[in-house]
Every structure is written in structure tokens, then in C-alpha cells.
Write a protein that binds this ligand. Structure first.
Ligand code: NAD
Ligand code: IPM
Ligand code: MN
Length: 368
């Protein structure tokens, strides 16, 4: 049988820096766990624009559709700020999500014990935190029509449309309930049903899916603004949060700070099952290309490494190997390894991106 296939799209800024550490870990699995992957690499975002004039070519799109999983670093950066909207780096990522139909984006926020003092919130509030935000990823205001900037009389109008069909809400709700059953069995759905019709429909459909098929899961509803407040006040009240594309984007960046750094948050974007029964999937850190630290060896590779752990679990049925990698990350943090985003303790010298990779590989060796 051929090896499972992985397409790596490292992208821009710190994307290639964090991805090179993931490459070492992929190689480690091939050498030490008989878990070899057929890895190919390609361009996305500004890196693709520089070569091809578009942030994602049709050929790369086709490759992404045909592999078992895609790993993505990050896209974007100030160099591309003035490009036409249609070829901005971010459009490449959005095209991948849309055309692969990756409707369910799992963004776990887990606070490792060793980092409980790194959050901007009190230790008590975050210690032991383990929640997942399920963000709808292929619809809502990111993709709704009409959209654009139009001339109306003597001024311009910027237009985006929030739009959700019942089936789009239903499928992401199902993925959240399924996930909750494997965890703390609790789902909180967030929208703004008090001011948005799409929010009214969202709440109705989530409730209906629950009552018909997931009555065993505890379901609550919250307005997304109150949800943002509750995430800061007492995040441990949540298990799984399910929400739309835009609210999920905002709430997951906020949740990142509960874990200590945006450099810690992985994600899995999952679609419908493929012929092999595994979901179509793309894995990427929640953070962006971090232009302020790019090229300096300062980036924290853990979000990208934990995204690969999610790939092991969700695309390759290797839950034990995923746990091995997560435990290795936890061990190096417990041992005091800190990239610069995680400083705050007296007298600790930061490790570089590559040194963090070295430590995690050593912890993997020690796990054998
Ligand atoms: P960002 O996530 O790139 O950076 C926000 C802050 O977090 C910066 O101070 C950065 O240094 C820090 N940071 C992020 N990741 C880090 C890591 N791994 N280690 C250490 N520090 C880290 O967000 P931004 O500055 O708002 O956006 C920069 C560019 O990235 C923009 O072009 C944006 O569109 C893009 N972006 C891309 C993605 C993606 O590819 N999925 C996600 C978010 C933003
Ligand atoms: C994210 C990013 C993306 C988003 C951008 C880069 C398109 O912020 O993955 O969270 O808004 O979804
Ligand atoms: Mn975001």
C-alpha cells in the first residue's frame, strides 16, 4: 500500500519557519514509528503570487483536493497590502477552504499547566482549560453575496452579506455535537439572534438538530458578545462552542490568550468524508504570518506542530501517535523551554524556533 499523502503549503512570513520544524517531526515519524508520508510542497499566498501572479494556482488547488491532508503555515504580510483584493494572499487560503468545502474548523484552546501563568488572565481562570471552538468555515459573511464596493450617488458603499442556509447550519452543528460526545458532552452555540435573522435561524436549527439526534448532549445558547465576555470571565464553563465564520474567527483569537500565546493554537478544518472514510482536511495554526517577527527565528512552532498532531488524529487514525506528540510538547514546556512569545518569567532566556524543534524531537526520542 502507498504511504498516506501530505501537501505542505508553508506560505509567507513565519509560515516556512514553523513548517520546517514540522518537516523534522514528519521525518521522525517515518524513521521511528514506521509512519512514512508522501510529502509534496507547493506555494500559497504571497509566495505563490510572487511566482505565479495568483495566491493559489489551479494546479495547487487540484493537488490539495487529491491528497489525504494539507498542512498550511500562514499567508499574508505588508508586502502584499496594496495588491488588488482578488489576488491578496488571504484569497488563496479562502479558496482552499471553500473549494475543499471544509465547513467545520476545530480550534482547541488548551492551557498547558506549565503556561498557566502566561495568560493575561489569572492562573485560576485558565489552569486546566480544555475547550474547542467549532467555527463554521465556508459560509456566512466571508462568502455571502452580494458583496463589493459600489458607487451610490456621490459616495462608495462597502457591502458584505451574512447568509446561512439551514443545511450549512445543520452540518456544522452535527460536527459540534459529535465532537462533544467524545469530550465533555456540552455544546454552547453562539450567535446574535437578538439582532440578526441569520442568528434566529442558526439558533432554531441547532436546537432542532439537538432535539432530534443529540438530546443526550447538554446544549445552551448565548449571544456572541456575551460569549466573548464569558470566555474571559470563566472559560472553563465551556466544552465545545459552535459558532459562525466571523464570530469564530474573533472568539478563537481571544481564546488563544487563555492558553498563553497565539503561537500555541492549532486548528483542523474538516469537510465531508472522502472515499477512504476520512474527512477532507487542512491543518493550520490559528495565527498568521507574524510579519513583526518573521525571519528572526523567534516564532513559536508549537501551533503548527500541534496542527500536525491533529492531522495524525483526524486524517490518519493515529490517535496514540498524536498523543505522543502532544505529550512531547507538554514535556518541553514543563521543562522550561520558552520561545520569545512565552516570556514573562524572570531570568529565562528564550529558545529559537529551531531549538524548540530540537527539544520536541528529543522528547519524542525519550518517549520510545
Ligand atoms: P498574526 O497572527 O500574524 O500576529 C499577531 C501577533 O501574534 C504578532 O505580534 C505576532 O508576532 C504574534 N504571533 C503570531 N504567531 C506567532 C507565533 N507562532 N510565535 C510567536 N508570536 C506569534 O496576525 P496579524 O499580525 O493580524 O496578521 C499578519 C498577517 O497574517 C496578515 O496578512 C493576516 O491577514 C495574516 N493572517 C493569516 C492567517 C492564516 O494564514 N491562517 C491567520 C491570521 C492572519
Ligand atoms: C484565520 C485568519 C483568516 C480568516 C484570514 C487570513 C483569511 O484570520 O484563519 O483565522 O479570517 O479566517
Ligand atoms: Mn483569524
Amino acid at each position: 500500500m502507498s504511504n498516506p499523502s501530505l501537501l505542505i503549503l508553508a506560505g509567507d512570513g513565519i509560515g516556512p519557519e514553523v513548517m520546517s520544524q514540522v518537516r523534522r517531526i514528519i521525518d521522525w515519524y517515518g524513521e521511528n514509528r514506521s509512519l512514512a508520508f508522501d510529502v509534496s510542497e507547493d506555494l500559497v499566498g504571497g509566495a505563490a503570487y510572487d511566482v505565479h501572479g495568483v495566491p493559489l494556482t489551479d494546479e495547487t488547488m487540484e493537488k490539495a483536493q487529491s491528497v489525504d491532508a494539507v498542512l498550511l503555515g500562514a499567508v499574508g504580510g505588508p508586502k502584499y497590502d496594496d495588491l488588488d483584493f482578488s489576488v491578496k494572499p488571504e484569497r488563496g487560503l479562502l479558496r482552499l477552504r471553500k473549494e475543499m468545502d471544509l465547513f467545520s474548523n476545530l480550534r482547541p484552546a488548551q492551557c498547558f499547566d506549565a503556561l498557566a501563568d502566561f495568560s493575561s488572565l489569572k492562573r485560576d481562570v485558565v489552569a486546566g482549560l480544555d475547550i474547542v471552538i467549532v467555527r463554521e468555515l465556508t459560509s456566512g459573511i466571508y462568502f455571502g453575496e452580494p458583496r463589493g464596493i459600489i458607487q451610490e450617488g456621490n459616495e462608495r458603499v462597502g457591502i458584505n452579506t451574512q447568509r446561512y442556509t439551514e443545511s450549512e447550519i445543520e452540518r456544522v452543528a452535527r460536527s459540534a455535537f459529535e465532537l462533544a460526545r467524545r469530550r465533555g458532552n456540552k455544546v454552547c452555540s453562539m450567535e446574535k439572534a437578538n439582532v440578526m435573522e441569520s442568528g434566529i435561524l442558526w439558533r432554531e436549527v441547532v436546537q432542532k438538530v439537538h432535539d432530534e439526534d443529540y438530546a443526550d448532549v447538554e446544549l445552551s445558547h448565548m449571544y456572541a458578545d456575551a460569549g466573548a465576555m464569558q470566555l474571559c470571565r470563566w472559560p472553563k464553563q465551556f466544552d465545545v462552542i459552535v459558532t459562525d465564520n466571523l464570530f469564530g474567527d474573533l472568539l478563537s483569537d481571544a481564546a488563544a490568550m487563555l492558553t498563553g500565546s497565539l503561537g500555541m493554537l492549532p486548528s483542523a478544518s474538516l469537510g465531508a468524508p472522502m472515499a477512504n472514510g476520512r474527512p477532507k482536511a487542512l491543518y493550520e495554526p490559528v495565527h498568521g504570518s507574524a510579519p513583526d517577527i518573521a525571519g528572526q527565528g523567534k516564532a513559536n512552532p508549537i501551533a503548527c506542530i500541534l496542527s500536525f498532531a491533529m492531522a495524525l488524529r483526524y486524517s490518519f487514525d493515529q490517535g496514540d501517535e498524536a498523543s505522543r506528540l502532544e505529550n512531547a510538547v507538554e514535556a518541553v514546556l514543563a521543562d522550561g523551554a520558552r520561545t520569545a512569545d512565552l516570556l514573562g518569567e524572570e531570568g529565562v532566556t528564550p529558545v529559537t524556533t529551531a531549538e524548540m524543534g530540537d527539544r520536541i524531537l528529543a522528547a519524542l526520542d525519550a518517549s520510545l
